[in-house]
Ligand binder design. Sequence first.
Ligand SMILES: C[S@@+](CC[C@H](N)C(=O)[O-])C[C@H]1O[C@@H](n2cnc3c(N)ncnc32)[C@H](O)[C@@H]1O
Length: 174
Amino acid sequence: MDHNDHVDLLCEGVTATDATWADFGAGSGAFTLALAELLGPGAEIHAVDRDDRALREGARRMARHFPGTNLTCHHADISSQLTLPPLDGIVMANVLHFQPDQNATVSSLRRYLRPGGRIVIVEYNIKRPNRAVPHPVPAARWTELAARAGFEHTKLLKTRPSRTFGEIYSAASW
Ligand SMILES: C[S@@+](CC[C@H](N)C(=O)[O-])C[C@H]1O[C@@H](n2cnc3c(N)ncnc32)[C@H](O)[C@@H]1O
């Protein structure tokens, strides 16, 4: 997948411009850059990850490709109490499948969102765990997790074939 695929997976869930978003488990920024493109110059994006090296790589890529984006990196565990402004949206791509307590993780993210805010996730649409995806979140499971955490209007956005694990999908919940 390249940058255009990342943008395409997010685009129907990211409509605001000049907004404040966070990328939880941002890694080296594949989806943070996609967010920057969709939100446009002036957007405020918070990238959160426990891998400081990956965050620094993401910050370098952002400065090179989207210098008009205000990026703040948070070297932290996503389950910790983060100091963030009220968010219009959260992206979490390829991260939830590492979290053993997904109910707690998803519920904890709600506190960061403004009323009307949304979460956009990207995950493999597989049911069986493997070493790289220890706690899979197929689309039906996301619908359940989101509802249990108090999100509404879950919508499957896009799917893409994955070379490694069948299919990757994006979904948004408000
Ligand atoms: C497979 S990578 C995905 C990176 C990026 N979102 C992407 O799709 O390209 C998973 C990322 O989640 C981060 N991560 C996993 N669990 C985390 C946690 N509990 N707190 C912070 N970061 C976490 C890892 O450090 C890693 O950078």
